[in-house]
Every structure is written in C-alpha cells, then in structure tokens.
Design a binder for this molecule. Sequence first.
Ligand code: FES
Ligand code: FES
Length: 196
Amino acid sequence: MGALRWYCDRGLRNLCESCVPAALLPSRQRGTIDTPPCEITPMRLTVNGKEHLVDDVDESTPLLWILRDSLGLVGTKYGCGIAHCGACTVHMNGTPVRSCSVPVSAVAGQQITTIEGLAGKDGKRHPLQTAWIDHDVPQCGYCQAGQIMSAAALLRHKPKPTDADIDAAMSGNLCRCGTYLRIRKAIHAAAQSAGE
Ligand code: FES
Ligand code: FES
C-alpha cells in the first residue's frame, strides 16, 4: 500500500492509509503520495494519575488532541492553536504548558494534570474551583479551564500572590469576555481559604 500524506489541524500527518482510523477520514484532505510508510510507536502517558497507552497517533500530534480525542478529556479547550491564548493549559509535572503546542512524544513519562484531575482524590473541589463558583467568574466559560490551571500553578509556587503576581502569571491566558477582575478576586479568595 502506498504511503499517503494527510493534512489536518491536529498534527496527524505522514500516516499510511492503514494507520488512519476510518472514522476520521471524512475530516481529512488527502494530499501527496510521496512519503514512506509511517512507523507509530506506542506511548505511555500518565494523565490525572492514570496511565494510558496511546498507540494510534503520530508522535508529533499535539497533546491537546490526545487529551480530547483519544482520552475524552474535553475540559481542555482549543483556542488559537499557537500557544497564544492559554485555553489549552494543562500541567506537566506541576508546570503550566500549552497543550496545543506540546507534541505528545514530549510528555511520555511525565505527569500530566488536566482540569478534570484538579479536584482532590475524594472529589473535593480545588479551592480555586470553589472560589470560581463563589465569585461567579465565568461568562461564556470557554477560557476558564485554562485560567484555573494557570492559577493553580501560580498558587502552588506562590500561596499568597499579590495583584502583580497574579497579573504576571495570568497574562498568557486571554478571556474575550473580560473576566479578568473576577479572576483576580477569585485567586485571592482561594489563596485565603487555602491558608485557613
Ligand atoms: S489553544 Fe493553546 S494557547 Fe491557544
Ligand atoms: S469567559 Fe468567555 S472567553 Fe473567558
């Protein structure tokens, strides 16, 4: 079977025909026939404390699409796709990263946490989640998972952040609805409740 190059916005490319799940074909456009057959190496990912074997994607696929399409963790959102908006923020070993711009091969063996894994093992909300509700932070809500993940990383490193700390840490998370002031209030409230 000849090798095909498939173009899509999810980083899946240079896949031979037998490797492309039939269910996904309608969303793709077939391109040139000039690449060698792909070799896909299974990868083990640890997401929210659970290990997953991912064996059907190119290693350059952004982590975001593995989370959403392979693992069904759709709390992490796609905004810009170029690491400029923060909607896709997750933690890698506790550090916020833009999952739209991190290839899945770079996270094998690392600890990934998404918004679905932020609550405690007992299901108790993270103080930020409670503060977000108490301060009625979201408007449309689209950016908010990324906002909370960035805020959680901030509080881990700086339990009592100043306004300046918050503005600096959150500057890469955009909100088209302009919820910035409520976000700042909620972060202060979470910091206070965590310290009580
Ligand atoms: S979707 Fe990743 S930073 Fe915008
Ligand atoms: S709440 Fe709508 S984009 Fe932030």
